[in-house]
Design a protein around this ligand. Structure first.
Ligand code: SAH
Length: 262
C-alpha cells in the first residue's frame, strides 16, 4: 500500500529548448525584456524556463499571494516537468491542465492560494503535512519546500506511478508517496501540522480532523449549498485546544474526492 520512490533513475526532458541537452544554458542578459507568459513552440536554443516561471510568480504576487516562502517555492518547482510534453508551452499559464485518467493539475493561482492559507503566515517551515490527491506530484514538490515531511496519497495507481516518475529526478527525501484511499487519511503519519486536499467531497472526512494536530490547519475544497449541486468552496479548519474553527472561503472547482482505489 505504501510506496516510497527511489532516486537515481532517468530524468524527464527539460524545458522545450533544452530537450536532450545536459549542458547548462547561457545566462540571460540582465536588461533582457520579460518573456511573455504564453510560450510558443521553441524556435531556438538558449531559453531556460526560469524567466517564464519568474513571470508566473510575479503574476501570483499581483493576484495577492504575499507569502514569500510560497512564492519562492512556486518559483523553484519546474511545473513543465509535470505535464504532458504536448502541454509544456501552457505550463506557466494560470490554468489547470489534464494529467490523465480524467484528472487535472490545479492552476498555479489555486495551488499558491491554498498553500498560503495552509501556512497562515508562518515564518518557518510547517512540520508534517498530508496531501490528499497526489495527481502528477506537482503540489507535493512545492510542498516539499514548505514543510519538513510531505505524505501524499493518491487513489489511482496510474497517477501514483506517474508522480513517482515525475519526482524521481528531484530526489526529494522528505516526500513520501502513498497509494491508497485518502478518505481515510494516513493515520501512521499523524498528527499533521497541515492537511491539504486536491479533490472535493460532500463533507470533510472526520478522520482528517482527527489526524490534524492541535494548532494545525486543514485546507480543502468542499461542496457548499445543498441547493447548488457541484458548487464547491475552499474551507479552512483550524484545530485549537478549544476545538475546531471552520472558515468558508471563495468558490473553487476541483475534481471529486472519491472513495476506494483503482
Ligand atoms: N495535487 C495534484 C492535483 C491532482 S487532482 C497535482 O499537483 O497534480 C486531484 C487528485 O485527487 C486526482 O489525482 C484524484 O485521483 C485524487 N483523489 C480523488 N479522491 C481521492 C482519494 N479518496 N484519495 C486519494 N486521492 C484521491
Amino acid at each position: 500500500m505504501v510506496q516510497g520512490f527511489q532516486p537515481g533513475t532517468k530524468a524527464r526532458p527539460g524545458f522545450p529548448s533544452r530537450l536532450g541537452s545536459s549542458q547548462p544554458v547561457a545566462a540571460l542578459p540582465a536588461n533582457r525584456p520579460p518573456l511573455p507568459l504564453r510560450l510558443h513552440a521553441p524556435a531556438g536554443v538558449g531559453m531556460d524556463s526560469h524567466a517564464v516561471r519568474q513571470s508566473m510568480v510575479n503574476k501570483l504576487a499581483q493576484q495577492g499571494i504575499a507569502d514569500p516562502l510560497v512564492l519562492a517555492a512556486m518559483g523553484n518547482v519546474e511545473r513543465h516537468r509535470f505535464v504532458d510534453s504536448a502541454l509544456v508551452n501552457q505550463a506557466y499559464e494560470d490554468t489547470s491542465l489534464p494529467i490523465g485518467l480524467g484528472q487535472t493539475i490545479s492552476k498555479p493561482g489555486v495551488v499558491s492560494r491554498m498553500l498560503e492559507l495552509l501556512r497562515n503566515g508562518s515564518t518557518s517551515r510547517l512540520g508534517r503535512v498530508l496531501e490528499i490527491g497526489t495527481g502528477c506530484g506537482y503540489q507535493a514538490a512545492v510542498l516539499s519546500h514548505l514543510c519538513t515531511e510531505v505524505y501524499s496519497i493518491e487513489r489511482l495507481r496510474g497517477l501514483h506511478d506517474k508522480a513517482r516518475n515525475n519526482l524521481r529526478h528531484l530526489c526529494l527525501a522528505n516526500v513520501h508517496l502513498l497509494f491508497g484511499d485518502g478518505m481515510a487519511g494516513y493515520a501512521k503519519g499523524a498528527p499533521y501540522a497541515g492537511i491539504i486536499a486536491a479533490a472535493g467531497g460532500e463533507t470533510l472526512p472526520e478522520c482528517w480532523l482527527d489526524q490534524l494536530a492541535v494548532g494545525g490547519r486543514l485546507v480543502a475544497p468542499v461542496a457548499v449549498g445543498a441547493r447548488s449541486p457541484g458548487h464547491q468552496a475552499l474551507v479552512v479548519v483550524e484545530k485549537t485546544s478549544q476545538g475546531l474553527r471552520r472558515t468558508v472561503m471563495e468558490a473553487v472547482h476541483f475534481v471529486p474526492l472519491k472513495s476506494g482505489i483503482a
